[in-house]
Every structure is written in C-alpha cells, then in structure tokens.
Design a protein around this ligand. Sequence first.
Ligand SMILES: Cc1cc2nc3c(=O)[nH]c(=O)nc-3n(C[C@H](O)[C@H](O)[C@H](O)COP(=O)(O)OP(=O)(O)OC[C@H]3O[C@@H](n4cnc5c(N)ncnc54)[C@H](O)[C@@H]3O)c2cc1C
Length: 629
Amino acid sequence: MAVIHAQNLHLAYDRREIVHDLTLTLPEGQITVIVGANGCGKSTVLRGLSRLMTPRRGSVVLDGKDIHTLRGKDLARRLGLLPQSPLAPDGVTVRELIARGRFPHQGLLAQWGEEDERAVQEALAATRTDELQDRPVAELSGGQRQRVWIAMALAQQTEVLLLDEPTTFLDLTHQLDVLDVVRDLNRERGTTVGIVLHDLNLAARYADHLVAVKDGRIHAEGPPADVITQQMVHDVFALESRIVPDVVTGTPMVLPRGREVAPDNTPDATPEEYALSTLTAAPAAPTAELVPALEHSAMLAFEPTVIAKQQLGQSLVRFTFSSADLAHFGTNSHPLDLRIKMIIPGPEASADHFASVRPGAVLDPATHAEWYRTWLQIDPRDRGWLRTYTVRDLRAAGHPGNLGADPEIDVDFVLHLDPEQTPGSGVAARWADAAQVGDTLCLLGPNKHLVGPDYGGIEFRPGTARTVLLVGDETAVPAIGSILESLPASISGHALIEVPDASDQQRILTRSGVQVRWLPRGDRPHGELLGVEVERLMSENAQAFRPADGTGDQAGGVTDVMDVTDLEDIDVDQNILWETTTGHGAFYAWLAGEAGVIKSLRRHLVTELGLDRRQVSFMGYWRQGRPEH
Ligand SMILES: Cc1cc2nc3c(=O)[nH]c(=O)nc-3n(C[C@H](O)[C@H](O)[C@H](O)COP(=O)(O)OP(=O)(O)OC[C@H]3O[C@@H](n4cnc5c(N)ncnc54)[C@H](O)[C@@H]3O)c2cc1C
C-alpha cells in the first residue's frame, strides 16, 4: 500500500493558475473521490498528483519521495493514471492494449515473462474482458472500451491508481460496472485509489474519503456523510438540494431542487418521502457548462507556421513548423511514438472547424465526443482533408537545436506529384510542393496535459529481439529514421528502404548495428525491390530468425496466434492492414508502407517462411490508387 500526498501545490495552464496552494493526502488503501463543479480544477488536481503536470510551486510525495525525482518507469510501476478519453493506437486489440500496462515492468529488450502473462490474465478476468481480448479496441462500445482501459491500468499493478472521470459518456449500468471493478481492486489488493467523478451520488456511494473542490481549493473533505450537506452542495455546485439517505446503500443522496426554488430549512427527507417526491418532481433542465479544451480533449488542434522548408531529395521535403500553442503538444514520451494528423485546407474553407479544440478554447463535453464524426460530415472542400504523419523531431523552446522562443517540430512530406489532378486526391503532396515559409497548417495532435507515454504511434516493440528487420517505402522513411535514431547499440540487423530516386537517400544516424540499405526504385514497380531484398535476406537467415521454442507457443507474446492466413484475406482496398505485436524470440520485423506491398511481404514472412506472427508488425501506411479518405 502507498500513500500519496500533495503539499502546497500550485498548478497552472499557461499563465492561468487553476489549483491554488492545495494540500491533500489520498489515504492509504482507501478510495478517495474528488468532486466539484465543471472547471473547478478537480481533473487538474489529479494530473498534478500523477506528474502529468509540473507544479508551479509545491510538491507531490509518494511514500516520502517527491514524484518529480523518480524515474519515469519507477513511477509508472507504482502509480497508474487513466486519463479522460484516452486514445488507443490504430488497430490495437484488447489484449495488446492491456499488455501495454506491463511496459513499465519491462526494459526495451526485457523478456515477456510469466508474471506479465499472469497480470494480463488477472486484469482480463477482473474486468470481464476475456471474451473481448482479440477484438480491435476501436470496435468496442464505450462501456467495454472503458473496462479495457481499466484492465490496462490493473495489469500495471500499481499501488496507487488515479482515474479521471472514468464513467463519462457511459450509461448508468456501465458506470456502476466500472466503479464496481475499481472497488473490487481496492478491497482485494489494497490499492490506493483517487477518482474524479462528476456525479455526486455515485461519489457518495463509492468514496471512503470525499474531497469537494471549489475554484482550485479544497472546500470540504472527509467521509461522504460528513461532506455532503445542503450547504456544501450550495457552496460548491451553486445548487439548492435536499439530502436523503440512498435507499440502496444508505449513503447520502443529493436531490436537486432546481435553481428557481429558494433554499429552505426543511430537514433531510426519509427514503419513503424521497420515493414519493420522484413521482411528482419535474425533470431538471440540462445545464450545458463549457470546460477548457486543455483540460478535456486528449487531441488538440494547433496552428503552426512553416519556419523552414528543406528539400531532402527528389521525393521528400522537410518542414519545420513552430508556434506558441505547441507548448501544449506532446505525449510525455520519446518522439518515436509521435504520430499526428495534418489538415490540408480545402479551397472553400468557411470557418475554423476545430475552434472548440484549440488550446485556448472551451468546449461542451456533451457534444465533444462526436467532434470527429461531425467534422467528417462537412463538405471536404470546406473542412479540408486529414492526413497522417510521423513527427520527425520535436524541439521544445530552450532545446539546444531551437533558437526560437516557441517549440518546433519537423515533419517530412512525400512529394508524389501526380500530373493528373483529381479533386481531393494528392492534396498533401500538392500542399507540400507549393508551401512557403510563413504558411500555416492545422495540426491535430496529442494534448500533453492529458496524454501519457502510451500514446500510440510507430509501435516499434522488439521485445527480446536483438536482430531486427525494418522495411519500408518513402512514406515510412520518417518512421524508420526515428526508430533507427533511438535504437541502442545492442541491436543489429537490417533496414531496407525503397525510395523513388537515388537522391532520396538520407544520412540516418544510429548507434545500433543495423545496416541501412537504400533501394532506389527508378522505373521498377513499387515494392519490387523490397520483395527481392527481403527474400534474399531471409533466405540467408530465416532458420536463425525462428523463435527458439518454435512457433505457436502462446505463452510469451502479446498477440494471440490465430489462423496465420486471416490477415491475407483482408481486402486492403477496404480495410487497413495493421498488426503490431511485441516481439517474440530473437528476431523482430517491422514493415510499413504501401498496403499491397506490405501484404505480400507479410505472406512471404509468415505463410511461406513460417515466422511466428508475433515476430512481425505490419502497417499499411497508404494504398496505391486510393486517397487516404
Ligand atoms: C502512421 C502513418 C504515418 C505516416 N507518416 C507519413 C509521413 O511522415 N510523411 C508522409 O509523407 N506520409 C506519411 N503517411 C502517409 C500519408 O498520410 C499519405 O502519404 C497521404 O495519404 C498522402 O496524402 P496525399 O493527400 O498527398 O495523397 P492521397 O490523397 O492520400 O492519395 C492520392 C493518390 O496518391 C497515391 N499516394 C498516396 N501516398 C503516396 C505515396 N507516398 N507515394 C506514391 N503515391 C501515393 C494514392 O495511392 C492515391 O492514388 C503516414 C501514414 C500513416 C498511416
């Protein structure tokens, strides 16, 4: 069991201080629930406790140690955070996501062991997600998805677990379901839990210790029966109410009287009176309250300006973007895992369609979850086109390579300029060709205040492998470059990169022993050279690359072994070819690029050569003949 304590904490976004001089202890082995009106700073408190935010002043101490002095992984082994609306990487399955909870317990190359497997099994069982384990997370309902995220936090097996509004957007059954799972965890393992909830009655049911926050300060704390009073509800929520015992649990229950009713001194009702009153009470009018996007939206829309454009070769151009709002961009992790969306503007743009997710904006939480679907329904010539990119480098203000006052990012664009222009097609390449220093672009990326190090991206996870094979075309060059730059010296192997022209070859610095081989395509069909080279390399080494314990052993990997042919049945014109795994055995392959090419390479490695499916990650980054949307 662990105790977490904040002392004189001041937390701020930009210049606006949200939490003022807060001193708070989450009692060891208990469930603390933090409540308060929208915008009062309750989620910010949680972020401060988890180190997602650096305090302006004050400290947070976990069992006597300041959390800002702990190494990232040491903290992650002891403290888990489930942020609001977490984002799952594309294509990830339930089991893969839950297995990510074990990352803090592993090094880059550490073995996936029995303990990891047991933790995942227990998390699946505790959250009743075992039957969902092979399904893509993206296909699940909101309630199922939330259970899976909680399972991931459970698999992390931390002594402290913090959850930010884990029941938002769930129906009541699923809200209870999620909170029951958390309570079981607390009662069975003694986990110290901190939860932010917006529903006072649920808070009263599940809290051992209740904290009411108002304007970034603690207004009241203690057992729910002491904290929940008419006066507190009036002061903190500006709501007239009566408090009755919850007929199911006996905990206090708040009955809103509505703002138009003057406060009275009626003693709190009996449960029977309450039952009668519900028959006649008018439904409360919905009160849409806006909350800051910075505190609510995991994805934000930034407006960076091109400050440099550098031709890297015939087919690739590097843009350096910069803006003050990028101070809120990032994942609290290495850029290896940083994937973003660029919005290529349409010719008839009528408005800022991302106004509500700008870092300084406020948004309506009730409609926010639907923002992407709403955006998709707008005419593309007005809303623009969304394309995916890898961030090649991120340099914060003050970084030795950044002389400006604002953060900078580098993004490499492929110039595949089709002479036949089809409206809405090739828009990113055309934008990149024409763009000049001073132009701006809308960038959708992670909100660094809400997104943790598990933000999905390139998905390069070699497990115990010491030999790797990286394969990609020009579109995967930025990703492969990022991976190679971060690989340690203990890894060797090959990188095969097919590019349109010899001028597209770049100098990539790597400490690893990976040998980089550029394959200029010239007039040959896309992927032909990659196919030949992969076959040649593998025919020399395939036997050595098989895992020592043979194929089909399910104990050690993250992805279950299913029928090896099923991904080959995917129609890559309709669906995304995407399977990422944590490596298994001595060899790990990572392949990204044109979906048809990647699919045929997969067939060769898995079906023809019989490599274990868990040794290879495949990503169709784009499809020949098809625009991204
Ligand atoms: C995870 C991920 C990371 C990515 N990272 C990058 C990155 O860092 N840099 C980058 O440039 N792209 C990257 N891409 C791909 C990028 O999103 C596509 O290249 C994008 O579709 C190009 O947009 P477009 O508007 O120019 O072409 P689209 O409108 O999407 O396509 C128009 C036509 O061009 C063809 N086409 C599309 N891309 C290419 C290409 N690369 N070469 C030849 N023909 C093509 C299509 O088949 C289609 O016929 C990434 C994709 C993913 C999924």
